[in-house]
Design a binder for this molecule. Structure first.
Ligand code: NDP
Length: 293
């Protein structure tokens, strides 16, 4: 068997194209969707994520209001910037790139963002709305995974989905989204306290790896015919690569392809979907602001 490789890159491109169409028609009505991206410090991975977001904003025709702040920025300075962005009617979405430097309390910053502009979907109000299935902003990476499953026509209804990882930004929200009526999966969440992980992952019709450990999910942990979604993005040293490293997922891709029926690659799998869903959320924020939902 050789798994069908889900092309997240092209699914993301079609999401962005759809967003760009809507942006054009909003602009014709005098509404200019705008995202404020705030980066504190120069963490290389964060800089590269922010660059990707800026590129996508340009592509879909949204206004990009970037703030690149020094690592010495205080929590109070960041809170003041967020309050100003909250109050600015020209700004529809606010994204603070995580992680923040250790001297800034991340939770306090997330809580400061107006839920109406919380396009990352991390504010407790957004999380609560997601859990009780009310309109709000869905977190971008989990939402992107759902779109990939839908586009690949992978049936979630009645499927056993196993999510490895329980972070607030990926594992937990993804498990909740899969368990909501719209997906109707039976969900198991695994973490470092899980005993005999392989015996559980082998039960998965849909296996989602969101761990952050290169190639940790080996082929023998996958049920034959399962759909495997690899959220992991890990940098591993590679002297032959231009940058001295390459990206690998949490799944041991080549052997896994021989067991799974569907699989996402890394890169070009879930990663591009995260940014595409951010564009969609910013569009939604602008539409809601204009009262045109
Ligand atoms: P976190 O480090 O916040 O969470 C990792 C989770 O994996 C934790 O819940 C942890 O369990 C669990 N875990 C770690 N080791 C094991 C193990 N041996 N067995 C079982 N569970 C384990 O990571 P994130 O959720 O933020 O990110 C996960 C991965 O996804 C990373 O590679 C990250 O780079 C990538 N990512 C990719 C995105 C994309 O756009 N493609 C977006 C966001 C993240 P415990 O809770 O017990 O510690």
């Amino acid at each position: 068997m050789s798994a069908h490789v889900i092309d997240g890159f092209s699914v993301a491109a079609s999401v962005r194209a759809r967003v760009a169409d809507s942006v054009r028609s909003l602009k014709a009505q005098g509404i200019n969707p705008c995202l404020a991206v705030v980066l504190v410090g120069e963490d290389p991975a964060s800089v590269s994520y922010v660059t990707g977001k800026e590129k996508a904003l340009a592509e879909v025709g949204m206004i990009d209001k970037s703030y690149k702040l020094p690592v010495s920025t205080t929590e109070q300075e960041l809170l003041t910037l967020i309050q100003n962005l909250n109050a600015d009617p020209a700004v529809h979405g606010i994204l603070v790139q995580l992680p923040l430097p250790a001297h800034i309390n991340e939770a306090r910053i997330i809580m400061a963002i107006d839920p109406a502009k919380d396009v990352d979907g991390f504010h407790p109000v957004s999380v609560g709305n997601m859990v009780i299935e009310r309109p709000g902003f869905l977190p971008c990476t989990p939402h992107g995974v759902l779109v990939l499953l839908r586009e690949a026509e992978i049936r979630t209804d009645g499927a056993h989905a196993v999510v490895v990882g329980r972070s607030n930004i990926v594992g937990k929200p993804l498990a909740i989204l899969l368990a909501r009526k719209a997906c109707n999966a039976t969900v198991t969440i695994c973490h470092t306290g899980t005993r005999d992980l392989a015996s559980i992952t082998r039960q998965a019709d849909i296996l989602i790896a969101a761990v952050g450990k290169p190639k940790m999910i080996s082929a023998d942990m996958i049920k034959p015919g399962a759909a495997v979604i690899d959220v992991g993005v890990n940098r591993v040293e590679d002297p032959t690569a231009k940058k001295g490293y390459r990206l690998v997922g949490d799944v041991d891709f080549e052997p896994a392809c021989k067991v799974a029926s569907y699989i996402t690659p890394v890169p070009r799998g879930v990663g591009p979907m995260t940014i595409a869903m951010l564009m969609e959320n910013t569009l939604l924020a602008a539409v809601r602001f204009a009262g045109k939902e």
